[in-house]
Write a protein that binds this ligand. Sequence first.
Ligand code: SF4
Ligand code: SF4
Length: 252
Amino acid sequence: MKYTDSVVRPIGKHEPFNFSCGPHVPCFNECCRDLNQFLMPYDVLRLARHMKTGTREFLNKWTLSHTGPETGLPVVTLRPAEDGGKCPFVSCQGCRVYDNRPSSCRMYPLARMLKRSRQDARIDESYALICEEHCRGFEQSRAVTPLQWIAEQGLECYNELNDALIEVISAKQSRLPGPLDKETAERLFFALYDIDSFIRDLAGTTGEECENLGLCPDKADAGNDESLVRFAVKYAACLLRHKAEKAGTSWN
Ligand code: SF4
Ligand code: SF4
């Protein structure tokens, strides 16, 4: 979703705001028509499950991948529909993947910020409302707080898994700033986004690589999608730690 002509205002986690979205609002589906949709690894896995494909097929058909110019890390976005840049999953009736829609669609109109305390390493969450001019959801009379919104939207699990990856990215940026070599970037893409193929290959060369990185391949629970993402994020952290140590930089 694109935040244009928007006012961003901080809001307390228990502070109510008026908002509701659905077929009853006059702007229904508007925000799904101008797409700039980033996907996190758990988004890809959930959407692939929804489409009943493996992650490789899902990525090929529905997404575009790029390399972050500053981080060298893989970035995955939804591939806009050919007729004018809208989300490929929007229909006149609404979102076709609603039960497995990405975390950014669930979070809107909230933005969630994380800050780690320097004293005790505790993570503090804060919130802001993104009030866009075209969004009529704010005119609705239903009041909700940020914490209620997060629970209603089923975001807890998404947030936990996304936060784990954001921690790894931020550690990478402080210990290994700048672009990564092509091979490392490709391994990270494979592990974090093409999770089904990554897990399948744990019986082969990827499993050997994990053992060399000190990560036991048996710890990946193939029956549980959330565990798969946790394992993939751990792999990313181990791989980057190994790179940093080879470059003479401590990861801790
Ligand atoms: S995934 Fe669904 S909610 Fe998100 S932009 Fe596409 S149609 Fe809209
Ligand atoms: S109310 Fe806001 S979030 Fe809902 S469809 Fe309209 S623009 Fe999108």
